[in-house]
Design a protein around this ligand. Structure first.
Ligand SMILES: [Fe+2]
Length: 302
């Protein structure tokens, strides 16, 4: 199947009120409440980029991957079945909630739910206006951003194979070896979709037994300029949101970013300045022990 972009994310949470305030006042997203009490979140012209559902457990419920059109979805469904998956077709109500025309769901070997969807609703009636004054989020043909998920080391290989073989994402680069002498605490593979964003998904072979199984390490959003990142740092300070990793620049997507805590327990990465990739010119490389050129120093929870 050909995944064009990361289109949406579904999150479950017992504290939607806290998420709503955080998303509007700190992240700068538009939030509206659906008839069932779920929150629909916008960061651009699309009607739903994050769907937050009321649930007893804080959890990454699904990643929404968009194919080009309905024919692309039919082809993806055939691929999923041929690869031995048991796809679940999304109901009409579920499509309405996600603001897409159709989707099916499959589960990877580590238990994460992936939804393959087509036909997202674009909201032409109400232009995107950030309640925190963020000028825009960098989405367009690159999708909403990226996310990093974790799995137990024993599931890493099978989950990586699923990501390329079933989802059809391609490896952008990886962090597997310690050839420089700097130890690699755990391997990560970065995957790109059929667009110029350096990665839409990261898979980390790291899971702490006993930790909450929300399945997500972080979600990344990109803004146009360093001043927009700086203003987000100021909003974190104003709202008492912990900066979990300091400002830094990643070696792979070259984004300048920082990581903030979120009500979900995982982090939100807020960055800018990631160049677009021409995949015909790239090869897969190992970033060794380095994740960042500079910065991204951890700031442990107190
Ligand atoms: Fe990231």
């Amino acid at each position: 199947m050909t995944i064009k972009e990361l289109g949406y994310i579904v999150l479950d949470s017992p504290d939607l009120a806290r998420w709503g305030t955080y998303l509007q006042e700190v992240v700068g997203a538009m939030v509206s409440e659906g008839p069932d009490g779920s929150l629909r979140v916008r960061i651009d012209e699309r009607d739903c980029r994050l769907l937050l559902r009321d649930s007893p457990q804080e959890k990454l419920a699904a990643m929404g991957w968009l194919v080009r059109d309905e024919a692309g979805l039919r082809q993806a469904l055939e691929t999923a079945r041929a690869e031995g998956c048991e796809p679940r077709i999304g109901t009409a109500d579920e499509c309405i909630a996600r603001r897409v025309n159709g989707f099916f769901a499959i589960t990877d070997p580590a238990g994460h739910s992936h939804e393959i969807a087509w036909g997202p609703v674009v909201n032409f009636r109400q232009p995107f206006r950030s309640p925190a004054g963020v000028p825009a989020f960098m989405t367009g043909d690159q999708g909403l951003g990226h996310l990093v998920i974790g799995c137990e080391p024993a599931q890493f290989e099978a989950t990586s194979r699923f990501t390329t073989g079933v989802l059809g994402l391609q490896v952008a680069n990886l962090r597997a070896q310690s050839l420089s002498g700097e130890p690699v605490p755990f391997p990560i593979t970065w995957f790109h979709a059929d667009n110029p964003r350096q990665h839409s998904l990261g898979l980390a072979a790291s899971f702490t037994p006993g930790a909450p199984r929300h399945g997500c390490r972080h979600i990344n959003l990109e803004v146009p300029e360093i001043d927009d990142v700086g203003r987000a740092l100021d909003r974190c300070d104003r709202h008492g949101v912990r900066i979990a990793r300091s400002l830094g620049r990643h070696v792979n997507d070259r984004a300048i970013s920082f990581y903030m805590a979120s009500p979900g327990g995982f982090l939100v990465e807020y960055g800018c300045a990631a160049p677009r990739k021409d995949w015909s010119l790239e090869i897969v490389y190992d970033e060794g022990g380095a994740g960042s050129v500079w910065g991204h120093k951890p700031n442990p929870a107190r």
